[in-house]
Design a protein around this ligand. Sequence first.
Ligand code: ADP
Length: 259
Amino acid sequence: MMIAILLRERHLRFVAEVEARQRMSELAHLNRRATVGEMSASLAHELNQPLAAIMINAESAQQILRNPAPDLGEIEDILAHIRRDDQRAAEIISRLRAFLKRDPTVRHELDLNAMVGEVFRFLSVQALTHDVELVTEPSPADIRVKGDKVQLQQAILNLAMNGIDAVAHLPNKRRRVVGRTGLAEGNLALVSVADAGDGILAERVTEIFKPFFTTKAQGMGIGLSIAHTIVEAHGGRIWAENAPSGGAVFHVALPLAAP
Ligand code: ADP
């Protein structure tokens, strides 16, 4: 089934439906922002301390080295402090990752086509607002995976939202995001989210999954890192590439549920 939302078709029934969805979508969005916002605020706060200590230590080491006869023992001490503070910063970040993976999550058998369809329908208002067409091309196969529905939908949602961001400023015919599902060798289920945006610089295709990597003025750089954590927690893999025709494609591979 193709889901194409055309701005032209603005019947009353449609408007009412849109309004209802908008409330839902806003709620979900607020919810996502609040959690992520809270987490990143506390993370920034906690990271500030070791980062400031590292800076002070590096500055004093530089001062010491400006001496004609620098005290190398002291430099050694300072480097040990820097390592310790760095370690602490790394621990703070791994706690965040543990938080995202928290609750061992009840794993249900899920219909992948239905799940992707729901996410795309859910984003229809956001797409409408940006005049972006959302399309799903589900596989004819009945694809089942095991996992936490909310988490997996969150991961796909983040990819689709990025797709919308990537094309929202482009000319009309490029404002399109396509979600596909399929099967791959090795008992894998596949989801891909493709857009016709400017794509990703080749040297950034792995970096974009790191926490706080963003190129957007208002970005938090956490959407892809959340998607990465969720997919890996489900035994899957996520990666990005540029489509030959231009635009970015994000792929998620998940183990199929045992028959
Ligand atoms: P944010 O959207 O807040 O920047 P993300 O973690 O979701 O955070 O994305 C990180 C970065 O990855 C983006 O800032 C952008 O540079 C790049 N990116 C993500 N999705 C796409 C896409 N569909 N097309 C081009 N670049 C993308």
